[in-house]
Design a protein around this ligand. Structure first.
Ligand code: CA
Length: 226
């Protein structure tokens, strides 16, 4: 895990660098906003510890440019003043957390670890079961590499089943999550939708992934051996 520290105050910067190295991180330390920006844009860092008041370009400017360039690594702001405007501005610009100086190193380390954990558990872009793949970014489904055309509702239904693989999902839950409304229990809207989905993603293929659990609902599950 590689961390970039942008901090012009020599004592604070050295202290942070030393502490983070001892905690097992690889650390780059720069003391100037523009240098910080250039390093941040390399995209090599898993997290940035960013001071607000910096020479040549302040922390706001660094963060704004980094986010506009599409980098999403967590950013922890260091601010000298506990002012609401500062916090709001930082969060609006895409900071993930902030610390008010002076702070204890143990506090910074705890925040850093939390942010790194959160960063890793980001939303998956791809959901899978056996050879079925749902690409959430491109809104595309494939099975065995072959493209499957789905309606928006079918996509939402498949996404729900894939996200909760192995769980039996009652019709009422499917109705509320996919159709955003409650259906009477005797309605066949869900059944029809599931049948259509199966015809596309299951019938032409093996193994079958979507099962009906009588009286309970539906479950999507890949067989163990896959
Ligand atoms: Ca400073």
């Amino acid at each position: 895990m590689k961390i970039l520290i942008v901090e012009d105050e020599p004592k604070t910067g050295d202290y942070l660098r030393q502490g983070l190295i001892e905690a097992g991180f690889v650390v780059d330390l720069v003391r100037d906003g523009l240098d910080g920006l250039h390093l941040a844009l390399s995209g090599e860092h898993d997290l940035i510890v960013l001071d607000v008041m910096l020479p040549s370009l302040d922390g706001w400017g660094v963060l704004q440019t980094v986010r506009r360039a599409g980098h999403e690594m967590p950013v922890l702001f260091l601010t000298a003043r506990d002012q609401v405007e500062d916090r709001v501005r930082g969060l609006e610009l895409g900071a993930d957390d902030y610390l008010v100086k002076p702070f204890a190193f143990s506090e910074l380390l705890a925040r850093v670890r939390t942010l790194l954990r959160r960063g890793k558990s980001k939303e998956p872009e791809m959901l899978r079961a056996a050879d079925l793949e749902l690409d959430l970014l491109r809104r595309r489904a494939t099975r065995g590499g072959a493209r499957i055309d789905l309606t928006a509702k079918e996509f939402a239904l498949l996404e729900l089943l894939l996200r909760r693989q192995g769980e039996v999902l009652p019709r009422s839950l499917i109705a509320s999550q996919v159709w955003d409304m409650n259906f009477d229990s005797d309605t066949n809207v869900i059944e029809v939708a599931v049948r259509r989905l199966r015809a596309k993603v299951d019938e032409p293929f093996e193994p079958k992934l979507i099962r009906t659990v009588r009286g309970m609902g539906y479950v999507l599950e890949a067989p163990e051996a896959m």
